[in-house]
Design a protein around this ligand. Sequence first.
Ligand SMILES: [Zn+2]
Length: 136
Amino acid sequence: LTKDELRRFVTERASGRCEYCQANALVIVIMELDHIIPRAQGGETTTENLCLYCRHCNGYKHNFLTGIDPQTQTEQPLFNPRTQAWTDHFRWDDEPSLLLGRTPTGRATIQRLQINREMIVKARKLWIEAGWHPPK
Ligand SMILES: [Zn+2]
């Protein structure tokens, strides 16, 4: 596949949403392709190793494969959108501007990618008012 074809495939597979924090391309205009296993660590540019993610998550993931679960203070692998189901690891709080981890991996991913940082939680409150969040 060419770079453009890969990007189109990965974007459509993710329905245009960040595969970590579920932000919509509608509100976060710039989406990126993430190498789940970083190229620096041998990860390939294939559909099985790519996911769609937003500029915000991109800013924190870098080449990390693990994070610290704040509940157990242990190092845990980050969520892998290709081999794991999002709903197994995350759920929206009753007040859905906040993402909660259901598992050590979910919590470590939220912590590593700073998915509940103040700026994005504020943005989600606006998306809720606009009817863009949480995703159906
Ligand atoms: Zn994101």
